[in-house]
Write a protein that binds this ligand. Sequence first.
Ligand code: ADP
Ligand code: TZD
Ligand code: MG
Length: 590
Amino acid sequence: MSTATAETIDADFGGASAPGALTDGFHLLIDALKLNGVETIYNVPGIPITDLGRYAQGEGIRVLSFRHEQSAGYAAAAAGFLTKKPGICMTVSAPGFLNGLTALAHANTNCWPMILISGSSEREIVDLMQGDYEEMDQLAIAKPLCKAAYRILHAQDIGIGVARAIRSAVSGRPGGVYLDIPASLLGQTMDAIEGERSLVKVIDPSPAQIPGPDAVARAIDVLKDAEKPLIILGKGAAYAQADDEVRALVEKSGFPFLPMSMAKGLLPDDHPQCAAAARSLVLKEADVVLMVGARLNWLLSHGKGRQWGEPGSKKFVQIDIEPREMDSNVEIAAPLVGDVGSCAKALVEAMGDDWRKPSGAWTVAVSSKVQGNVEKMASRLQNNSTPMDYYAALGVLKQAIKERPDAVLVNEGANALDFARSVIDLYKPRKRIDVGTWGIMGVGMGNAIAAAVETGNRVLAVEGDSAFGFAGMEVETICRYNLPVCIVIFNNNGIYRGDDVNRSGGADPATTVFVEDSRYEKMMEAFGGAGVYATTPDELSRAVSEAMDSGRPTLINAVIDPAAGKESGNIGSLNPQSVVAEMRAKARQT
Ligand code: ADP
Ligand code: TZD
Ligand code: MG
């Protein structure tokens, strides 16, 4: 075999290869990704993938370099959610790989397709633990944290390896896939014509999964007898991109619907059947619940407990692509295993012409509760006090999104998350990306960058000051690529609140408190973006409008009353201490 320099390979590969020309692992990998429609790679360069990024950029893939792999990974995960194609994150070996791994596990937990491609050290040295540069058995470490993990050792296997990674990520329940790329693979050469032939285009990577007719009939039997039915839409329904089918199901059924946070906007939050503002009522009172791409996990109290009313008072129908999701927490009376679009379509067809919508008593009870709660909230949003509380600031942001329904809302924090979720309405599908199933802090910058890159739309990132701090350096990335991202930091000087005290009376600040009145906006100014310090709803409103209209990278430091938040936002009861206190209170009562 003759040897080839990078230059000759570059010149020879692509297009019709001349007989005798060579290709290498770098180019085979890039061409395999391109053949399968990969347009963007989120990465941090370094040995052995620096040239991979360079060549990929040279071949027309958009390669975005981040300041930390975790953000690159979160961006890839969000890209998977937004596009229904695997988001690609690329990292160096051991430490870079580990930095990206949290994001891969996050994608997997959220059922989003993502592929983490990491360079790795010499197999022979790693396996004998002889101490190679950044030595680590990455494949073994990735395996328990993702849906599938593969390693490619030979250039001629790159095509099939990439195909396996893509199909594994997007088929069935989507998830995270790890692809291990030893440094030596990238430099391997082979005949260019044979190389081209070895590439594999994945045909129909996520085939429709159609529910069985008996399962549809069983579901209809349960749904038609409901007196107080409810639909819960989850982020799996948003991911499925079956927006018309989901809308048809909701409207044909006439059932009130409750969107989980990232399903907001799948149908507009101001839709007459939307029960978001009557959450407690519908969860407690409903007798039949149709789950659509949503799990009965902690976010829904596992489908049981006080929130769900009398034990045994509900029947569940569940649409999910993953058969094992059924009966995971409570009994599912009618499981519908299939993709959201096919299942929704089958249900609508089976409802037929004589479908009877639920009684007025139920739908009116729900809509009047919604109306009452919306009015209550409206008065809170008018609050003009200084410093601002969450509602005062969010009233402004609610309006900003209402005027720009195509903008993507990114959201993280504790109170900054919980208040924003309940206040800011969304009007279109997949316009909200947040902390997901794990409630991870630090996803916001990656989410915002992916949202801007993948949709081309304006992005509003509503960030707790703590949440922002996990990945704040990515403001440089936002400026470098000149992305239309407006970050609003809800600056309450800390985690949950900014007014806690050191219980020892010592000089160190309390564990949840940050530097008072930090000037985060200067971080954006440092890289050429716009920084604004806003203390009133008017100042905030002006700054947000300007940022969203201009598309200029902007960071608005919105000063929030340090005493306005609650410990852990809405989920304070999950703190062990609170649970103990609750048990004590219960014991006292009995
Ligand atoms: P949420 O947090 O919004 O309640 P979850 O992430 O808990 O949503 O649930 C999403 C569910 O959607 C998962 O159980 C996943 O298997 C399922 N899912 C993902 N894609 C599809 C699809 N195309 N069709 C059907 N179900 C899907
Ligand atoms: N680390 C990671 C990766 N995820 C987490 N969820 C946490 C730590 C714990 N945590 C939360 O659950 S919310 C939060 C942390 C540190 C920050 C809350 O403070 P904030 O928001 O400033 O972002 P508010 O408005 O002050 O509540
Ligand atoms: Mg805070």
